[in-house]
Design a protein around this ligand. Sequence first.
Ligand SMILES: Cc1cc2nc3c(=O)[nH]c(=O)nc-3n(C[C@H](O)[C@H](O)[C@H](O)COP(=O)(O)O)c2cc1C
Ligand code: SF4
Length: 491
Amino acid sequence: MAHLRGSHRKGREPVTATSIPHAPGFFASETPRVVTQRFDYEDGYTFERAMATGAYEGFKTALTRTPSEVHDEVRAATVLGRGGAGFPAGVKWGFMPPTVWPRYLVVNGDESEPGTYKDRLLMERDPHQLIEGCLIAAYATGLSQCFLYVRGEMPLAHERIAQALNDAYADGLIGKNIQGTNFSLDIILHWGAGAYVVGEETALIESLEGKRGMPRLKPPYFPAAIGLYGQPTIVNNVETLSNLPWILTNGAAAYTAIGTESSPGTRVVAVSGHVKRPGVFEIVNGTTTFRDLLYGEDYCQGIRDDNELKAFVPGGGSAPWFTPEQLDVPFEGRECSAAGSMLGSGAIMVMDETTDIPTAALSLTRFYAHESCGKCVPCREGGTWLEKILTRVVQGRGTSRDLDLLLEVGATICPGDFPHASSSDLGLDATPFPYKMTTICFVGPSAFAPIHSALTLFRGEFEDRLIDDDAAGAIGVPVAISSNPTGEEAS
Ligand SMILES: Cc1cc2nc3c(=O)[nH]c(=O)nc-3n(C[C@H](O)[C@H](O)[C@H](O)COP(=O)(O)O)c2cc1C
Ligand code: SF4
């Protein structure tokens, strides 16, 4: 029986969950596929189908080698972390102190970044691939306990992973002395409670320890040194680990033959918004451009109603925005960063010419302000202020002072230059990613990112909604900075 933690565990009748209906599914393409091959089968998540299509072969190959050889293979493949930061998995594993036990593997399946739902599909449609990735990572790093943290709002993923764990335990693929070797691993499935910030790895560790899910102060920057229960801990994303079975089966050289030297392999992306075919796609890392993705027949097939593209968010709701000028930027971390944004969580949100830009920015800012855990003041207060001031502007009650105020409040969260895309129309050069921040984690800056992009690239759309000071005074909106810049009455 799989070890279950969270609200699903105690003697309840199993519930057959259904997929979230409004998020489109996966579309296969002609390009190489590393992690979505089993998506071709309706029953790809079952033990029978998985075993009939090569599941656990990569792990069995790993068992014929020493742990350090397996680690070297993963290091040679340069598997960039797919959770957002893009840090190579093999290098990160090497940060664990070599002589400290116990040590843990934590799988980050908390995916909640706006627009992002590729990990959910990987968990729902191929849980055995993920479990095999955990086995390979655990074997390579010499650990025997793994915690699989799945977002609470993903009941289908939870149900299928639980079943897959039961089947793998029953078949002797997980547990003690696996396949007659000295290697043992337990995998504990833990159901999250639905806080976005718990995707941040130290908040996730706090949550696993039974505490409120708030990010830890840094340093240490990597839980590899001090993580779960104060022990060395590897935190990896679902997609990162899902790459490992293919790499062990086919070899690092075959993996690096796909994509580019700095960004090998493939990448799973989720596209939402105003394209003809939104969905999840596996694309080639490093070479596929945003133009290929948004207009390619294999992928999104163009903008809906053949409208003009106005802007797109290239890497999850936290990422600075791009415009059609950046369509030829490839999915390559450094190039995307130099162009003023980030690839982040692999979610692309597309806005066509009909989009009301201030409202779009507000919708993202509202999300991050709401998700602030409250641990640091610039995020807790700043995010709320940003939301309230922008709401006033969107509702046609703002003055020109409010636009400056948005930038001033943003500068308390992110002092100095904030990244943005170039614009030949506006005569702007790109300011590269990343930014400085006064907060513990990226939630604070994320509330400001959409406002900064929208105001920098589409200021006219904000100005069109402003009222003058007399009109503002007449409806009781403050026209100068005060102790209550949001303009809301205290309750
Ligand atoms: C606010 C915030 C939310 C995050 N959410 C996720 C998430 O949902 N899934 C994820 O894998 N990483 C998320 N991350 C990144 C994790 O902190 C961590 O870098 C990642 O899980 C490491 O795995 P990787 O190296 O395989 O990418 C988030 C980071 C921040 C700051
Ligand atoms: S930035 Fe926001 S979410 Fe992150 S630790 Fe600070 S208050 Fe919490």
